[in-house]
Design a protein around this ligand. Structure first.
Ligand code: PEP
Length: 248
């Protein structure tokens, strides 16, 4: 398996002045035993990538368009992210599924475009609170996984993030048993589809991860890192999560 991955999702937060956090982060995670990634708003990728050059912080996008180019006002193609210095892209985040009506087929098409542009794609899946209460968690996640992940996915180019929608930005987290149940399910389903290679596909947990709960989450079976929103905005907080992952 590749190194574990601590990925930060800045969402629609950050201005040019926020790039100072990358200097601080790069200094704090020097020698980390895991991969470190920050996905800022697209407008900041090129500047952030320039600042991160020579450090062990990767820079990524938060979405891409499935087409290579064309009449798609306001959209960004995968090759444009790569050209700006991105190495990864988050796809199918629940906020995009909800705000932009992205379907599993849309996400798969974007994932294929990301792969063609040489980006590692981080494909998000996760249930709503209503779906969990109705006992549909694994069925929902299984459908999202089957529909969103391209047939050609490998451990080298694809990462899966389990993000329960009800845990994102709420301060609430599933129990460690609930995280283990979903991550074991993901590993099993991916291995059935992709064979032995899927044993090395990294599975991230996301949803209210912070320095204080990171170590216990990283000790759960089949958790290979985290996708972090709020706690990735401040270098000191994110460095605490990176340090917990390095020690896991
Ligand atoms: C996210 O946006 O992917 C996320 C997990 O957010 P937070 O860490 O703030 O819950």
């Amino acid at each position: 398996m590749s190194k574990k991955l601590a990925a930060g999702n800045w969402k629609m937060n950050g201005l040019a002045a926020s790039l100072a956090e990358i200097d601080a982060l790069a200094g704090a995670v020097k020698g980390a035993g895991c991969e470190v990634l920050i996905c800022p708003p697209a407008i900041l990728i090129a500047q952030m990538a320039a600042k991160a050059k020579g450090s062990n912080v990767f820079v990524g996008g938060q979405d891409c368009h499935p087409k290579v180019s064309g009449a798609h006002t306001g959209d960004v193609a995968a090759a444009m992210l790569a050209d700006a210095g991105a190495s990864h892209v988050i796809l199918g985040h629940s906020e995009r599924r909800a705000d932009h009506g992205e379907s599993d087929a849309d996400i798969r098409a974007k994932a294929e475009a990301a792969g063609a542009a040489g980006l590692v794609r981080i494909i998000c899946v996760g249930e709503t609170e209503g779906e969990r209460d109705a006992g549909q968690t694994l069925a929902v996640i299984g459908t999202q996984l089957d529909g969103s992940v391209p047939d050609a996915a490998t451990a080298a180019d694809t990462v899966i993030a389990y993000e329960p929608v009800w845990a994102i930005g709420t301060g609430r987290t599933p129990t460690l048993e609930q995280i283990a149940e979903v991550h074991d399910f993901l590993r099993d389903r991916l291995t059935r589809r992709f064979g032995a290679d899927a044993r090395g596909m990294r599975l991230l947990y996301g949803g209210s991860v912070k320095p204080s709960n990171a170590a216990e989450i990283f000790a759960v079976s089949n958790v290979d890192g985290a996708l972090v929103g709020g706690a990735s905005l401040k270098a000191a907080d994110f460095a605490g999560i990176v340090s917990a992952l390095s020690a896991a």
